[in-house]
Design a protein around this ligand. Structure first.
Ligand SMILES: [Zn+2]
Length: 162
């Protein structure tokens, strides 16, 4: 067998997967043949198809990446909603009472529970200060009023209401 290969040089046509006699004429005859031509065309078709499949899988990858990004964005927005719900549940919700001009937090009973349970005072109307009080006491009351207003303003700011 070894003798055979040595004595007769052969040529391998990789397209047809066959051995040919290694001489120019035999090769030319084979390459002009219908079978070889058909195999060359098939090889080209396969290459083209593979390239298209690669392109398609690239497009699929891009789509997958886009879907992942969209899912992440949706999750982020759900997390934000969840955080908002959590804040509402723990900090309570502030509702404006247009009649009084005050915001109320039902959860913490802020503003409603800090004074006598009656209707809230008009924020635009200053609390009356007894004129018969000595000036130092009137001054102290005014200061306390101003301090209360500052605390309220700060509280409103803390909850993003101002
Ligand atoms: Zn061939």
């Amino acid at each position: 067998m070894t003798e055979f290969w040595k004595s007769q040089a052969m040529y391998w046509c990789d397209i047809c997967k066959v051995w040919l006699k290694d001489d120019a004429q035999a090769k030319a005859v084979h390459e002009r043949g219908a079978k070889h031509q058909e195999n060359v065309a098939k090889r080209l078709r396969d290459m083209r198809r593979r390239a298209e499949e690669e392109k398609k899988s690239e497009a699929q990858l891009a789509t997958t990446m886009k879907n992942i990004e969209q899912a992440a964005a949706a999750q982020f927005s759900r997390d934000k909603d969840e955080e908002l719900r959590y804040r509402k549940a723990t900090l309570g919700e502030w509702v404006l009472n247009t009649e009084s001009g005050y915001h109320y937090n039902a959860l913490h009973r802020w503003r409603q529970s800090c004074r006598n349970q009656g209707p809230p005072p008009d924020p635009k109307k200053k609390r009356k200060i007894d004129k018969s009080l000595p000036p130092e006491e009137r001054e102290a009351l005014l200061r306390r009023e101003a301090a209360r207003a500052r605390v309220e303003k700060r509280t409103m700011a803390t909850f993003g209401l101002q």
